[in-house]
Design a protein around this ligand. Sequence first.
Ligand SMILES: [Zn+2]
Length: 408
Amino acid sequence: MPIRSHAPSAPAAGPTTAPATRRRALAAALALGAGIALATPLTAGTAAAASTTCLNGTLAFDHNDAEAGTHKPLVTQRARNSNWELWGRRTASGQVERLSSGLTGATDGRFSACHTGTAAPRDVHVRFFSSAGTLWRVVGAGTAKQGDPNWKNTTQYTFTTATRNTPAATTDLGTVKVPKAMQQAWKITDTLNQLYGKRGTGSLCWTAHQTSDCDQLTVAWRQDGSSGGYWDHPSFPGDTSDGTDWVVLKADDPDSKHLILHEAGHWFQWQLHNKQWPPVRDCDGHSLDRGASAACGWTEGFANAVAAYALGDSRYTFSTGDSYDLLDQRVVGGWGKGDWVEGRVAAALLELWGPNGPDGGNWNRTLKLMNTYVSADFRQYFTQHRPLAGLPTTGAAKTIINRNTIVY
Ligand SMILES: [Zn+2]
């Protein structure tokens, strides 16, 4: 079997009531620059009067919101930091070509797709892509399905607005909706902003290991995918996986933002470790509430914590809409105890990183630790690597792990 880091299974007991979803504004605007090409559509060397034409609007998508509960209401959300291109003819007799490109707004999903030339362009449309610069992309729009031989399919989802033959200098397209069949691709693209905005480095790349030519996070998703809900580990000793280092999702997996970010969290940990990964065994069929192995509890617990931290809550939400508050389990009871249990590890991490926690109110120092040390499990992270990184292990830190049933 391929070695894969899956999303957790639900605990056997019924879920606790999910609190209302808190919508968070993106913590930090996606930095533009390295890795993101923005065309500058200027016509050089001409004295003719310039003419600017813009197609403006807001990109949005509908999605079933698992974080809102098991009824998963259909809600509309703006698509942030999504690649667009303006296409058209520079002159009435010219070829249709790319005129400019850019990203939708980092907070509002707005776009202003403009062309400046000696004449107003003809037959123009905007094409959108399921990617953010070259930092992340959602692929799978080609014919190959996950699980098929040679399924590695790098085709992004894309669609265009209706062609405007002779657009006014400023044309308002209003709200442009992603077509239903591909709206999950934009949900994934948009959700990854939540992690990128909290990546804890001044580098434009995902981690401090890179400052240019950033590694790109690839998520493969197909509605009819035959497998999904895992990160495809690239370089395990004895690895028989496809070796893509991609996150693979299928069908309605993306209904849960936590699920998207959990799998992205595995890729993020691997990046934080500069493409190293602790040896993880016995992790098949892992679940939030019971342990499979110490390494499994650590890597899965970290991924759960990534999802909650990125979304600014303390939950794990399944694609069904079933949701667990990880911190509640301290008092509810019924979950396994100790550092093999991923839900316990996640809760402890979230408390350590919490606003009033001992780590300074955020996870940045743990991310920095992970840049240097590859902990085999939570015990090594807490007892050995935290002291080396100057993070506390006594006082409030010890109290936190103890109340999450972890005792060293
Ligand atoms: Zn996982």
